[in-house]
Design a protein around this ligand. Structure first.
Ligand SMILES: NC(=O)c1ccc[n+]([C@@H]2O[C@H](COP(=O)([O-])OP(=O)(O)OC[C@H]3O[C@@H](n4cnc5c(N)ncnc54)[C@H](OP(=O)(O)O)[C@@H]3O)[C@@H](O)[C@H]2O)c1
Length: 280
């Protein structure tokens, strides 16, 4: 298969490297995903079988940026994906789009939110744009992958574990999270099977911040200290937009016979491999 990836960011690079390791032909596209003519030009030049959209505005240093840059966020997270879909469809190219699980709040009475549940979290502009584009594209035959709070073996500014080790104080809420290594192979399986529709791409189970940092203390740094705060304190002192805290139901992916590892096991593996190696 020949892939064209949009979005030369954290996840775009992960997918590029993974697909190359699987001996797939893969390049980054040069188009702005909101520019139909540029996308047409890319598709005619590269002739991909599949376009993978890892482009979007995620905000730097965090999603609060999107509150003050609503036009750019809407353009890249809603207009762009719609134009990309339109152009791929017109030229008979399959589209895979990275969505977000941060479109919910809560755990849906302990069951986790399924792909069929309507988004219920619109208290941040970033999450709103991800929910709008997902729902607008839902009727069409593309694959939409919902991930959350990505965790990687390699420490870095986009890695959720690295992020919370750097915060002055942390909140402590159960969440669904995505270990990138598992996301990559599970996404590739879905793509090979030509699946379409929405899939929750979080590791089974949920985990809270304190459990992760206790594992970090145990495995990586016994001297590491952290402090817990309430959500109220976080919103008073550290955040502008509200944050999605939620649990997703992962049965749809499991029913395909595609197993991401349970979240605790996968996080332990990240800590024992990349994090510990980097320290020693
Ligand atoms: N990382 C997460 O926590 C997370 C969680 C759930 C879902 N996702 C989704 O996964 C996707 C990729 O996330 P990421 O973490 O890899 O983000 P990232 O590191 O910020 O990379 C996104 C890339 O997209 C580019 N881009 C933005 N607008 C574009 C446009 N109109 N045309 C072409 N390229 C454009 C950005 O370029 P500029 O820097 O120049 O804008 C950047 O290189 C996003 O859709 C995001 O919503 C991410």
């Amino acid at each position: 298969m020949k892939f064209l990836i949009y979005g030369k960011g954290f996840l775009g690079h992960h997918f590029l490297n993974y697909l190359r390791s699987q001996k797939e032909e893969v390049e980054f596209g040069t188009a702005d995903i909101g520019n139909l003519e540029q996308i047409r030009h890319d598709l005619l030049t590269y002739r991909p079988d599949i376009v993978l959209n890892c482009a979007g505005k995620t905000g730097r240093p965090n999603v609060d940026w999107c509150e003050d840059h609503k036009e750019e966020t809407l353009y890249s997270n809603v207009t762009g994906p719609l134009i990309l879909w339109h152009t791929c469809h017109e030229m008979s190219v399959r589209l895979v789009h990275l969505g977000s699980g941060c479109v919910y709040s809560g755990d849906n009475h302990g069951q986790g939110f399924r792909e069929t549940d309507a988004p219920n979290f619109f208290d941040s502009f970033y999450s709103s744009t991800k929910a709008w584009s997902e729902q607008m594209l839902k009727p069409f035959p593309l694959l939409q992958l919902r991930l959350r709070m990505p965790i990687d073996k390699q420490p870095g500014p986009r890695n959720f574990i690295s992020k919370i080790t750097k915060y002055e104080k942390i909140i402590n809420i159960q969440n669904s999270m995505t270990v990138v290594e598992d996301l990559l192979f599970a996404s590739y399986e879905l793509i090979k099977r030509k699946k379409t529709g929405i899939y929750n791409m979080t590791n089974p189970g949920a985990i809270d911040h304190v459990t992760i940092l206790k594992m970090y203390q145990e495995i990586v740094d016994p001297n590491f200290k952290f402090e817990v705060m309430s959500l109220e304190e976080m919103y008073q002192k550290y955040a502008i937009a509200k944050r999605s805290n939620c649990v997703l139901n992962t049965e749809k992916l499991a029913n395909e016979g595609i197993q991401m590892r349970p979240i605790k096991e996968a996080i332990r593996d990240c800590l024992e491999k990349g994090f510990l190696e980097k320290r020693s």
